[in-house]
Design a protein around this ligand. Structure first.
Ligand SMILES: *Cc1c(COP(=O)(O)O)cnc(C)c1O
Length: 491
């Protein structure tokens, strides 16, 4: 008998009930998306009924195709409303200094950034090797965009104290071939806002576009400012800012698959489009990377925005900020831990000052206690750190975090730091990506407990320590090989 439970296409169709039962069972393996104890990947407002509303809206439009706005004007209307909402929130629209803001709905922050780079590249067709200047803290998606689009990236070093680039260094990095200058509001890793006004000014002086990556913070910074938190100017009110990205599937609390890319005017957006009529099929015009696009995420985002409203987001941001301050206090209260930066947005980032308190072990201990945080490897002189994306759902639980963190730190001290076998350390330090064979990777994966089980191992400290010890290019290769091992078909 063939066991059909794991096969994608069983010989005989199964009941809806059984199929859903399977999915629910699989979901049991996942980290908890709700409940305020997962500090990465998910954004939970903790609003009763919102999931159900978004799911119903999603279902309503799941089969509608964004490929052709004339065939499905419902999607066009919802997209225009979403772009209008984002544009308004970020300093554009009628009566502002950026009255002609336009935009597109994309599938996520990465797609928004790839398209911002593409628009900038294609606006300057005379440049053979276009270049993009980014602070070293810019999101990895810019590197992906550069890789996909054959554009060169010029990363600018960070000041190790402020975690921002010096404006003078950004200015120096701009060359005749530069097509785009980037800043973050805020950076994902540390949650700090770059000096957007000054960077946009040097970009404008050089005649270069300036993109503000507000994928993470675009939907909270304006509300934080209204709550009295000091937030520097970062949006279209800043002259020289030509485009802004903001992810609706982050702090607008929409289900996954929706981001907005805004441009100051239609002329700046034009080179983002792709149109093609030189084939026998339908004439094609795509504003974004995908051609066929589900209406589901767009309708779900539309429902979410309209249901929460401006007052709803203000209140959710107020709760989030309360939680941020409580978590930051918790970090300050534990000996051997310190904040990497004073929180100025919705990120809490901490590091260890005590060699006996291994951050990667701390992350495992927190996981064991049901609190899921995100380890960040040491990079370019910055220490390893732990990242917490804070959302409104954290607020009711924030008071628990102090004692939990203290317990986890005590457990991590008792456990002691991860000590890699010297041969493994030597290997990590000396191996070049080219010398990494499938056998070596298989052996490593076995040794690290990464093979032959569903999902990642419970304790990741050893894996993280190994990655931490490896140079950047080797880290990348190891990651690719490890995930390649996980992604194997079930037959
Ligand atoms: C999340 C994020 C991105 C990438 O967004 P995805 O939706 O994961 O593709 C880009 N920039 C910043 C600052 C982000 O936080």
């Amino acid at each position: 008998m063939i066991d059909e439970s794991g096969a994608g296409l069983p010989a005989y169709g199964m009941s809806a009930e059984r199929v859903l039962g399977e999915i629910r069972e699989l979901r049991g393996l996942d980290r908890p998306t709700h409940g305020g104890r997962l500090f990465a990947y998910v954004y939970d407002p903790g609003v009763a009924g919102l999931d159900e509303l978004a799911a119903a809206a999603y279902a309503e439009s799941a089969h509608v195709n964004g490929l052709d706005p004339t065939a499905f004007p419902s999607l066009l209307a919802m997209e225009n409303a979403l772009v209008g909402a984002a544009g308004r929130l970020l300093g554009g629209g009628p009566g502002t200094s950026a009255p002609e803001v336009v935009g597109s709905i994309t599938s996520g922050g990465t797609e928004s950034l790839i398209l911002a780079v593409k628009a900038a590249r294609d606006a300057r067709p005379e440049i053979d090797v276009p270049r993009v200047v980014v602070p070293a803290s810019a999101h990895a998606a810019f590197a992906k965009a550069a890789h996909y689009l054959r554009v060169e990236l010029d990363p600018v070093r960070l000041d190790p104290i402020t975690l921002r680039p010096a404006v003078a260094d950004m200015a120096t990095a701009i060359r005749p071939e530069t097509v785009l200058v980037v800043c973050s509001a805020p950076s994902y890793a540390h949650g700090v806002v770059d000096p957007v006004e000054q960077i946009a000014q040097v970009a404008a002086a050089a005649g270069v576009r300036c993109h503000v990556d507000a994928c993470f913070g675009g939907w909270t910074l304006p509300y934080l400012r209204r709550l009295g938190v000091p937030v520097p100017a970062f949006d279209f009110t800043v002259p020289g800012v030509t485009s802004i990205s903001v992810d609706l599937h982050k702090y607008a609390y929409a289900p996954k698959g929706v981001s907005v890319l805004l441009h100051r005017d239609p002329g700046l957006r034009a080179p983002q489009y792709f149109a093609y009529a030189d084939w026998p099929g339908y004439t094609m015009v795509n504003p974004v990377i995908s051609s066929t696009r589900s209406g589901g995420p767009i309708a779900a985002a539309y429902a979410t925005l309209r249901h929460l409203g401006d007052d709803g987001y203000l209140e959710l941001t107020r709760r989030t900020w309360t939680a941020v301050r409580e978590l930051a206090d918790a970090v300050r209260g534990v000996d051997g831990l310190r904040l990497v930066a004073e929180p100025e947005s919705t990120v809490v980032c901490l590091t260890s000052t005590d060699p006996d308190l291994d951050l990667f072990v701390l992350v495992d201990e927190l996981t064991a206690l049901g609190w899921h945080t995100q380890p960040q490897l040491a990079y370019a002189g910055l220490p390893r750190s732990v990242h917490l994306t804070v959302t409104a759902a954290v607020a009711p639980r924030a008071a628990e975090f102090g004692p939990i963190l203290a317990d986890a730190a005590a457990a991590a001290r008792a456990h002691g730091p991860v000590v890699l076998p010297p041969e493994l350390l030597a290997l990590a330090g000396s191996l070049t990506p080219e010398r990494l064979t499938p056998e070596l990777v298989g052996g490593l994966a076995d040794g690290l407990g990464l093979a032959g089980r569903p999902g990642p191992p419970e304790r990741m400290a050893v894996v993280n320590t190994l990655l931490d010890a490896a140079p950047v290019r080797l880290r990348e290769r190891l990651l690719v090989e490890f995930v390649g091992l996980l992604q194997r078909p079930t037959w």
